[in-house]
Write a protein that binds this ligand. Structure first.
Ligand code: SF4
Ligand code: SF4
Length: 396
């Protein structure tokens, strides 16, 4: 048993036990307390005590109290789930425990603030709902982005790229890529609302359900068969909510399909980068190949980080931890920035808005050389390089 697993005395309360089993849907029932999950929790990499996942599963089985802040430190990175020999749905159990903690008023204030912001302004960043389409100003004037109406594809931008000025170039790049591939798409503009990731992570099932149904109704109006998301967190959140009547995919998977179908062609960027696999993309959606296929087609070599693909190390932002106050200590993003410095990469790429924000902080903090970029903006560069080559060769 690891130190993190040293358990406090257990006091079982029957009523609480009923509520915990209901909220976790019995997800931990097959856990046999081996502790492999605790041993795989990455917190020791930043000199913090790993989460006692084994202990949390015990609490899921018995309904005992006293999980508090420990529960909300979880990054939902799924490293523990990937190592569990019994296939326990640890994320379901932790989600259920958070629901009970929220009912008992144990959710951290920082998450409650984000939750109120979603309630009042449809986004967790305390920004006006009416400014949500500000990213459209980053799109070149000769492109008339379809907003609303019906289309085969709905591109769901998400809260963070809609509002963060350093990320608004990502949806702007995405619509240019979709236009180049002649895709019949639409976006929701300022009608778009939060996917509910932070609401789900806080443990507020009723409001999450309400948001999820609101999104389903908005999506239905577009008649789209496929919804593509900028963030893998949005994609997974939609999968967990109401039936959307449409397939949800992350943009890397969708663009890789366009590439395979010959609808997208890139020029040669001839550079070496490294790629941080977002946990939700590589472990949650098993989409390890799509970003690499896209980069290979753009003539970009990937010098891999020390932990990559399905073995990726979390950037530190998942599970509501984007709203966690930093204490100036070591952070996961610092480790990733240093790992990037150990490669020959000119740029540190990723494909998730949370990862861009955390990694960018890490690069600045440790003074790493490779700047952080979001993959879609690099693909737009490759698209433009291809157009330029065509023009030089006398193509149209
Ligand atoms: S959740 Fe899985 S890995 Fe963790 S203690 Fe239970 S059986 Fe072992
Ligand atoms: S999901 Fe990640 S951070 Fe959370 S308990 Fe599992 S390994 Fe630790």
């Amino acid at each position: 048993m690891s130190k993190a697993d040293e358990a406090a005395p257990l006091y079982v309360d029957d009523d609480r036990w009923d509520r915990v089993v209901e909220a976790t849907d019995g997800a931990a029932s097959v856990c046999y307390q081996c502790g492999t999950c605790t041993a795989s929790c990455p917190y020791d990499a930043i000199d913090e005590k790993p989460i006692s996942v084994r202990g949390l599963m015990r609490q899921s089985q018995l309904g005992v109290d006293g999980v508090g802040e420990e529960l909300y430190r979880c990054l939902t990175c799924k490293e523990c789930e990937a190592s569990c020999p019994r296939g326990v749905d640890i994320m379901d159990a932790i989600g259920g425990l958070r629901e009970v903690a929220f009912e008992e008023d144990e959710a951290p204030g920082r998450l409650e603030g984000a939750l109120w912001s979603v309630y009042e302004e449809d986004n967790p960043w305390e920004r006006p709902a009416s400014d949500r389409d500000a990213w459209l100003e980053e799109v070149p004037d000769d492109i008339d982005v379809p907003v609303g109406g019906q289309a085969d594809i709905l591109y769901y931008v998400g809260c963070t790229p809609s509002y963060d000025p350093s990320l608004q170039s990502v949806p702007a790049a995405m619509v240019q890529l979709l236009e180049a591939a002649d895709v019949d798409y639409t976006v929701l503009g300022d009608e778009e609302v939060c996917c509910g990731d932070v609401v789900r992570q806080t443990g507020e099932p009723d409001f999450f359900q309400q948001l999820s149904e609101m999104n389903a109704a908005l999506f239905e109006e577009t008649d789209a068969e496929t919804i593509i998301t900028t963030s893998p967190h949005c994609a997974e959140t939609f999968e967990d909510g109401a039936d959307l009547g449409a397939e949800v995919v992350h943009y890397t998977e969708y663009l890789a399909e366009l590439l395979e179908g010959g609808q997208l062609e890139f020029g040669d960027l001839d550079r070496t980068v490294t790629f941080h696999d977002p946990c939700y993309l590589a472990r949650g959606m098993a989409a390890v190949e799509a970003p690499r296929q896209l980069l290979a087609a753009a003539g970009v070599e990937v010098d891999e980080l020390a932990e990559s693909g399905a073995d990726t190390l979390c950037c530190g932002g998942g599970g509501g931890n984007m709203w966690r106050e930093g204490d100036g200590g070591k952070r996961f993003a610092d480790i990733r920035a240093k790992q990037a410095d150990d490669t020959d990469a000119e740029e540190l790429l990723t494909a998730c808005p949370y990862c861009v924000q955390t990694l960018d902080d890490g690069v600045k903090k440790v003074g790493a050389e490779a700047p952080v970029r979001e993959l879609a903006t690099v693909l737009l560069e490759a698209l433009e390089a291809g157009d330029e080559t065509d023009a030089n060769n006398g193509g149209d």
